[in-house]
Design a protein around this ligand. Structure first.
Ligand SMILES: Cc1cc2nc3c(=O)[nH]c(=O)nc-3n(C[C@H](O)[C@H](O)[C@H](O)COP(=O)(O)OP(=O)(O)OC[C@H]3O[C@@H](n4cnc5c(N)ncnc54)[C@H](O)[C@@H]3O)c2cc1C
Ligand code: FES
Length: 274
């Protein structure tokens, strides 16, 4: 884990309350970043208000920079979203386990097609699988991205994903039907799994969506991983603020609660107890 001061290199508005930030970072931090890992961030203005850094998924990285997408929901995210290019942030990370490495060689027996499922800001975590993938290999497995949002304007990063992963099919759905199809992203998942129950599923989104994803996976006996976004105070295993009830995630099957920041945020879907 690295503690560092980074500079805002780019701050782009995606919607009225969602920002796309590129931030400078040490090369070692960038190298150790991976799809599904996250960073704790705050403004470096010396005021410590709010006191605690906030967690954000690492969307992408280069040699000396990383990117995050931030929805402004409260003081911490608003401050970060409003920062001008050239101003400084404090960061520590990369944190968490990230998505599991999977075989991306289609000629090997254990090659598994992958279905990516994102709801709302969960796209930041899920899109990292595709934006990092030119370097990390998950894209070879990815068949389809199923993406649900409140409305068409909140469907983010589609151009970036199409550019980085031109082969992937993208299915979108919104609460208000403004993207053409109205409903929940789990409806799209059910349709996919009717065809590909042997697929592996990675999902990130609000808890009600993840609960539904878990139910759909059980229905089709499909394996999957859920990336949780529990509230966090420290991000490195000390405060116990992020604990999640789970069913036996260790080798002996005995661990009944897990720190999402250090043992997650990505968990086997059948182990999470909501
Ligand atoms: C591992 C992880 C990765 C995340 N990745 C992203 C990301 O890529 N982009 C992004 O925009 N957000 C992400 N989040 C959520 C983000 O951390 C919170 O929105 C942020 O901490 C809110 O801080 P605040 O000071 O702005 O709001 P606060 O004043 O702390 O809270 C404002 C409102 O937001 C709600 N809230 C706070 N934290 C969360 C949370 N974790 N989940 C749901 N609601 C919350 C509060 O209940 C309250 O209603 C992630 C969270 C985790 C744990
Ligand atoms: S956030 Fe402190 S233990 Fe996880």
């Amino acid at each position: 884990m690295y503690l560092f001061t980074g500079k805002i290199l780019k701050n782009q508005r995606l919607t009225a309350d969602i920002r796309y930030l590129r931030i400078s970072a040490p090369a070692d931090f960038c190298q150790q970043s991976a799809p599904g890992r996250f960073i704790m961030l705050s403004c470096n203005d010396g005021l410590f208000d709010p006191l605690l850094k906030r967690p954000f998924g690492i969307l992408n990285r280069g040699e000396n920079w990383f990117e995050v997408v931030i929805k402004e929901v409260g003081k911490g995210s608003l401050q970060l979203g409003e920062m001008k290019e050239g101003s400084l942030v404090s960061g520590h990370g990369p944190l968490g386990n990230g998505y599991p490495k999977i075989n991306s060689d289609p000629d090997k027996d254990n090659f598994t097609p992958l279905i990516l499922v994102a709801g709302g800001m969960g796209i930041a975590s899920i899109a990292s699988c595709l934006l990092f993938s030119s370097k990390a290999g998950i894209m070879a497995n990815s068949r389809v991205l199923l993406y649900g949002a409140a409305n068409r304007d909140e469907l983010l990063l589609l151009d970036e994903i199409k550019e980085c992963a031109p082969g992937i099919r993208i299915e979108t759905i919104t609460d208000d039907g403004s993207s053409g199809r109205q409903g929940w992203v789990t409806e799209l998942l059910e349709t996919e799994l009717q065809q590909y129950p042997e697929a592996l599923v990675f999902a990130c989104g609000p808890e009600p969506m993840l609960i539904n994803v878990q139910q759909v996976l059980r229905k089709f006996s499909t394996r999957g991983y859920l990336s949780l976004e529990n509230r966090m105070a420290c991000g490195f295993g000390v405060c116990l603020g992020c604990v999640q009830e789970v069913a036996g995630i260790d080798d002996n099957g005995t661990v009944e609660s897990a720190k999402v920041c250090t043992q997650g945020p990505v968990f086997p879907a059948d182990k999470v107890i909501f």
